[in-house]
Design a protein around this ligand. Structure first.
Ligand code: NI
Length: 199
């Protein structure tokens, strides 16, 4: 009788243990790199594509995808913005809970007007940012973004090599993820879904 009771308790504990495991909140399995708690990439204030001064913190309440690039970019920037657009489409109605931001590392050519035409061609809700060259330099440093002009044939003909990661913030405005350029649409959508679900 006694032994039977102990066996029963053990079985019960095992069952409860499994139940707790199922019902608890296991660590989220993000497809991209989890950088929760990072102390860089915290804040900026720049000029948006409508000419208004706005800050990263103004977008609290939504998950934010933040990417740095330039409108003349031949490949990485268009594919990254297109990937963001496709990921939002996969989220369906929850796409309204995600904000995509694009910061120019080519402020000489990327005026607010140029940026507006560029980012809204991908999605009318995307927001572009520019600033003075000094402002961009400081923000890039704060966000660990490297960029460097490389000359073309003419004086105004140059390209800009730049870091290609996308940062993701949760709706509370905390930095959470580092998405490499190599991640696919499904991975981005999957990670955004986890964050929107409270991960
Ligand atoms: Ni680019």
């Amino acid at each position: 009788m006694h032994r039977f009771a102990i066996t029963l308790l053990a079985a019960l504990a095992l069952t409860l243990g499994l139940a707790a495991c199922d019902g608890g909140k296991p660590a989220a399995k993000f497809a991209s790199s989890d950088i929760t708690g990072a102390e860089f990439a915290q804040a900026f204030t720049l000029t948006d594509h409508n000419g208004e001064r706005r800050s990263l913190a103004d977008f609290k309440g939504k998950a934010v995808l933040l990417f740095f690039g330039f409108t003349h970019c031949p490949d990485v920037c268009p594919t990254t913005l297109a990937r963001a657009k496709l990921a939002l489409q996969k989220l369906g109605p929850d796409a309204s809970k995600v904000q995509v931001l694009f910061v120019s590392v080519d402020p000489e050519r990327d005026t607010a007007e140029v940026l507006k035409g560029y980012v809204t061609a991908f999605d009318s809700g995307f927001v572009g940012f520019t600033g003075t060259p000094d402002e961009i330099k400081q923000v890039a440093q704060d966000f660990r973004i490297i960029y460097q002009k490389s000359k073309g044939d003419g004086p105004n003909d140059y390209t800009v090599d730049h870091s290609t990661q996308t940062y993701v913030y949760d709706p509370q405005g905390r930095i959470r993820l580092y998405i490499s350029h190599a991640q696919d649409v499904d991975a981005v959508a999957h990670d955004l879904r986890l964050l929107l679900d409270g991960a």
